[in-house]
Design a protein around this ligand. Structure first.
Ligand SMILES: *[C@@H]1O[C@H](CO)[C@@H](O)[C@H](O)[C@H]1NC(C)=O
Ligand SMILES: *[C@@H]1O[C@H](CO)[C@@H](O)[C@H](O)[C@H]1NC(C)=O
Ligand SMILES: *[C@@H]1O[C@H](CO)[C@@H](O)[C@H](O)[C@H]1NC(C)=O
Ligand SMILES: *[C@@H]1O[C@H](CO)[C@@H](O)[C@H](O)[C@H]1NC(C)=O
Ligand SMILES: *[C@@H]1O[C@H](CO)[C@@H](O)[C@H](O)[C@H]1NC(C)=O
Ligand SMILES: *[C@@H]1O[C@H](CO)[C@@H](O)[C@H](O)[C@H]1NC(C)=O
Length: 392
């Protein structure tokens, strides 16, 4: 049995190699899409927030590769720009908190103060460094309580490098890039022909073949969600691409960065019915959906049901395993938090710093036989064994 199984493919491979002179192994990004496990679409999306940044410094190639290993449906990133107009994956507008910029004395005179969303912010801004200069820096962990062993090991990556990581994954992995601080970027970075960061952003996606509306054949081949806190960016790019867009919603105290609208205004029914022509969903901070007082959950708001009534998905952020982020209701157990948000609140996607935990939770609780994945099968078997032990 075993030998006849192996034989046919082996001969086929020899024929292939003989004919084409190509290497034996498929080039990762060239592998036919039909051979790759498709995106799962039967349960809420596992969005790897800045990669597996719970383990590895955020937005680095290593963090994204780890997230893919751990089962992410989408890898998430923030798009900013270098001084010379190269789009990069980086969260903060300044380099201070998550790189070793302080050790690069040659850049000491680059510190600036700019007004960012109405707040004077001082630091080393990405927009004051060329890509070449940014590449000399190394990224470090944002939080002192997370593993520091990878500090200083990995460089900042570009948007294009990020896309290649997703395209080279052994299964279909989507991307979830954010147009970050577009007001600031468009003030400080000038592209040829008066282009805006939004134009460069969409050009980059098109260059790598990202196109198509939500769930279209093109989209399923290379899934992408575009996210932004800036409604004018979302409206502007809806003219440039029909890729699905997600409108991010900040804390209730923070007005939109471009239109200066309040939280109450942008979560009203009339606004949801306006924005639904441009986006497929919203991405609210989870503590606005279910308010928190003294680290205990309060009565959930009706934001999720109102968004669903407008046919908008809801992808809240950010889920984190550590005690310092878990509200007391969850008994210091991130699985209970996932259970609450997926099964009680009914969200459609989750931004998590710990993709592996969310993936395990979903494999245990909503395993899908059509998901042809060995690690998943093993996990499911373990889950079944554990549950039969419990009922015995
Ligand atoms: C950087 O860290 C400091 C100190 O923890 C904090 O106050 C500040 O908000 C952070 N800056 C950014 C841009 O996140
Ligand atoms: C930022 O600083 C400048 C120069 O000191 C000042 O004119 C401006 O009012 C400040 N803006 C804010 C929002 O504090
Ligand atoms: C969309 O494109 C049309 C035609 O080019 C233009 O008239 C319109 O102003 C654009 N809308 C936005 C929001 O940019
Ligand atoms: C934003 O709106 C608030 C409240 O309506 C107002 O006080 C503030 O001046 C506005 N800010 C800008 C920059 O327009
Ligand atoms: C399992 O996945 C397949 C393919 O994505 C989907 O059609 C089917 O509805 C899923 N089954 C369940 C029980 O979710
Ligand atoms: C994965 O599954 C396939 C088919 O179900 C099997 O042939 C293969 O040996 C498995 N690989 C591992 C590493 O278990």
């Amino acid at each position: 049995m075993a030998s006849s199984h192996c034989f046919a493919p082996f001969v086929f491979l020899l024929l292939l190699v003989g004919c084409s002179g190509r290497p034996l192994y498929p080039l990762p990004s060239k592998e036919a899409n039909g051979n790759r496990q498709p995106l799962q679409t039967s349960r809420p999306y596992n969005v790897a927030h800045r990669g597996s940044n719970g383990e590895i410094p955020e937005e680095t190639a290593a963090a994204y590769m780890r997230a893919i290993e751990e089962g992410a449906d989408f890898i998430e990133t923030d798009i900013l720009s270098s001084k010379d107009g190269v789009l990069i994956c980086f969260h903060d507008v300044i380099l201070d908190n998550t790189t070793d910029i302080a050790q690069h004395k040659q850049f000491a005179d680059r510190k600036r103060t700019y007004e960012v969303q109405g707040v004077n912010t001082t630091g080393f801004f990405t927009v004051d460094f060329t890509l070449k200069e940014l590449k000399t820096l190394r990224v470090k962990q944002r939080y002192a309580f997370r593993d520091q062993q990878y500090n200083g090991k990995f460089p900042i990556i570009t948007f294009e490098e990020f896309i290649l990581i997703a395209l080279d994954a052994p299964r279909v992995v989507g991307i979830y890039p954010e147009i970050k601080n577009p007001v600031l970027i468009n003030q400080h970075v000038k592209w040829s022909n008066g282009k805006r960061v939004e134009d460069k952003f969409v050009e980059t996606l098109k260059k790598y073949g990202y196109k198509g509306s939500y769930m279209s054949k093109d989209w399923l081949k290379q899934p992408a969600f575009i996210q932004s806190f800036a409604p004018t960016s979302l409206v502007y790019i809806s003219n440039l691409t029909d890729l699905p867009k997600i409108f991010l919603i900040d804390d209730i105290t923070i007005p939109t960065q471009d239109t200066n609208q309040s939280y109450w205004e942008i979560t009203s029914d009339s606004y949801l019915s306006f924005i639904k022509d441009y986006v497929v969903g919203i991405g609210p901070w989870k503590d606005t959906v279910v308010p928190v007082v003294n680290n205990y959950l309060q009565t959930p708001t009706d934001l999720v049901s109102r968004a669903h009534a407008h046919n908008l998905q809801v992808h809240p952020y950010t889920f984190r395993n550590e005690n310092s982020f878990l509200h007391f209701d969850f008994h210091v157990d991130p699985y209970i938090e996932y259970d609450y948000w997926i099964n009680k609140i009914g969200v459609d996607g989750l931004f998590t710093d710990f993709t592996g935990s969310l993936h395990n939770f979903q494999e245990w609780t909503s395993f899908n036989e059509s998901d042809n994945n060995n690690a998943s099968k093993l996990l499911h078997k373990i889950a079944l064994m554990v549950s039969s032990y419990k009922t015995a």
